[in-house]
Design a protein around this ligand. Sequence first.
Ligand SMILES: [Zn+2]
Length: 501
Amino acid sequence: MKNTVKKFPEALGELLEISDISTANIIAIHEHFGVNNINECSTIVNSGQLADLKGFNAIKVENIRRALKLAKENHFQLWEALLAGEEMLRAVKQFPEVEKAALTGSLRRKKDTVGDIDMLLQVKSSLRKHLVYKLTRLPVVSRVIAEGRDRVSLLLKNHMQVDIRLTDQKRYAAALLYYTGPVWYNKWLENQAREKGFLFSATGLSDLKSGKNIAVEAEEDIYGQLKMAYRDPELREDEESIITAAKYSLSSLPTFGEIKGDMQVHSNWGDGEESIEHIAHYVLHVFPHYQYIVITDHASNEKTTGALHPENFSRQHQEIDRLNNQLGFNFIKRGIEVDILEDGSLSLTDEQLAQFDWVIASIHSRFSHDNTSRLVKACQNPYVHCIGHPSGRLIGKRIPSPVNWNEVFEQAATTGTAMEINARPNRLDLNDRLVKAAIKKGVKLVIDTDAHTLPHFDFMQLGVWVARRAACNKHDILNTGTWEVIEQFKKNKIKLLKKDN
Ligand SMILES: [Zn+2]
């Protein structure tokens, strides 16, 4: 194609995200039938109308049908699936027949989107039938898809599917490991086991020669028998994460408890719902280990609702000072989220940015364009400390901007600019794959919730999972450090930029 800049209607996000259907085909279907999303597209495909379109032969139509089905199967956001899965888990644990229960599959690996909820239950053989009967009659169930001795598949009223496996005490540890998957990891484990004289399967670990079963209580025991270090479920996704993980002592994967503050928070001075006072008191009560929060309202030189006008900067700062005085320490930091404009310049001047402790620069327009140069230019601004939601993706709605990430991460590393892991359930941006690429270049990351209401602060854990899946070390995450560490990071940026000139 002559045109090197990719451009497409933003509404087509979820369709364009399907890698097995070409952009040209999506555009053709969209233009001919006016479809904008997976459901509409499926209807056209299933009705047989697609075959009428020029260039769409039977094989192509079948491939598209299959790709759509797969995309449909993988479209629940981790957060909503986790809430439904944990609710189900709590309900199931109430049954006296259930001795142990856990979520497995991609939900346990904390993948950003999941197709269904997988669950493993430990139950005495003699009580299985009884339990299956109860499971199929839970009030959240809308339909029983399949039921057998070891497995029950249910469709919930929220349209999610739950696959429940039943096992006994002897097989539970192996089953937990096996059903956490993914498939390639089980194959890899089976090979590792075989090389060491064992047979590993969903039903247990046994001696390859004698066939004798080896008693194991927990996943850790299986790794122990195989003389391997335990691998967290988040690190079982691909071969690369195993290699990366091997470099670190596993205890250094970041944890929620190590996060010292939230660095993107919106108040009612901008488009957030709560006053800074409410936010500060809430966070101090709910997350007593946090040492700081950064209020980062949107700013605009135009008088628009939902954004802070520069004439109000000093009033907001006075309010922050008043509250910090009341609290007795500088818990609340002055931050701002500034727009990266189309030419890569910012929506505020350097003099305006200099008034803040922490500046996040984000793209809020033209997501479908190659945004490499905008991001690079923002990194070069001495007042910009972090790039917010760098890829701009909205899961299932908007695909990541086409960006040369090598170039952006190199620029972030040489200018000492951090990249955000935005922990909102529909963003998770950067995602695990891009975080992995960023830390390879030495880029520091900040995990933020981008909170606009009080319950949003809980999203922090989602961002921590992204970092863990990327095999981050806690030192890759800037906000595992104290505010002194962050001040140091800012000073370092100025030093790096001076050296460059
Ligand atoms: Zn933003």
